[in-house]
Design a protein around this ligand. Structure first.
Ligand code: IPE
Ligand code: IPE
Ligand code: MG
Length: 236
């Protein structure tokens, strides 16, 4: 069995789901929020320690104001509906990304949820919200340069570099799932997925169920992870 501490998901296909059901794109995002609730509870039940979900990228600002505004209202919908359940399930909320550009009222709702769940010890649900990996890496470099100039740090190595990333406190990403079939990472966790296993499913995010997660984990468990090494006991 491969250990499975951290699952990351690129939740894609909300728009296609809406189109398939002759609904506005917002309905796809709304259904996606419900699915996220289910998957969070289920992943926690499976003993997964960290779930990181791509909810809004630094490139998603290119969408219509109507769609962006709707997505910015989703944290309120998510937390007002599910905070009690998240508390009951010991889930801890976290956010990764550039908080500066997120509207103040959205940030308030997120900060309240982070504060309320801060003492929980179960699964850590991290929202990648206004997240872009290139942005994250550039920020990390700038912060390190500043710390170096101020004499706070010495040399940089892979381990210390990690502490400058948003994912500082999270375990290594074991499994990266992308829904809706696209074979790309779209600026998500570029540094962190160096040795993650990828599973791409054609299932659209709003159609994603516990069984789809089971399928992804089954795929993951079938993989032989060697991290660049060789298994000397097998002739491979
Ligand atoms: C993912 O679904 C959600 C966000 C990117 C915010 P999309 O909205 O990208 O759905 P498709 O790709 O158009 O189907
Ligand atoms: C990736 O999906 C971002 C999120 C899921 C939040 P996109 O739909 O934005 O990615 P592309 O445009 O297909 O690469
Ligand atoms: Mg998409």
């Amino acid at each position: 069995m491969n250990t499975l501490n951290h699952v990351a998901i690129i939740m894609d296909g909300n728009g296609r789901w809406a189109k398939k059901n002759s609904l506005p794109r917002s309905a796809g995002h709304y259904k996606g929020v419900e699915v996220l609730r289910n998957i969070t509870i289920y992943a926690n039940r499976l003993g997964i320690k960290a779930l990181t979900v791509y909810a809004f990228s630094t490139e998603n600002w290119k969408r219509s104001a109507e769609e962006v505004n709707y997505i910015m209202s989703l944290p309120k919908i998510f937390f007002s509906s599910y905070i009690k359940e998240l508390m009951d399930n010991n889930v801890k909320i976290n956010i990764i990304g550039d908080r500066e550009r997120i509207p103040a009222e959205t940030m308030k709702v997120i900060n309240d949820a982070i504060e309320e769940t801060s003492r929980n010890t179960g699964l850590v649900l991290s929202f990648a919200f206004n997240y872009g990996s290139r942005d994250e890496i550039v920020r990390a470099c700038k912060k390190y340069a500043q710390d170096y100039k101020e004499g706070k740090v010495e040399d940089l190595d892979e381990e210390s570099f990690k502490s400058y990333l948003y994912t500082n406190d999270l375990p290594e990403v074991d499994l990266l799932i992308r829904t809706a079939g696209e074979l790309r990472v779209s600026n998500f966790l570029l540094y962190q997925i160096a040795y993650s296993e990828f599973v791409v499913t054609d299932t659209l995010w709003p159609d994603f169920t516990n069984e789809t997660l089971d399928y992804c984990i089954e795929q993951y468990q079938g993989r032989k992870r060697s991290f660049g090494g060789r298994d000397e006991t097998k002739n491979n």
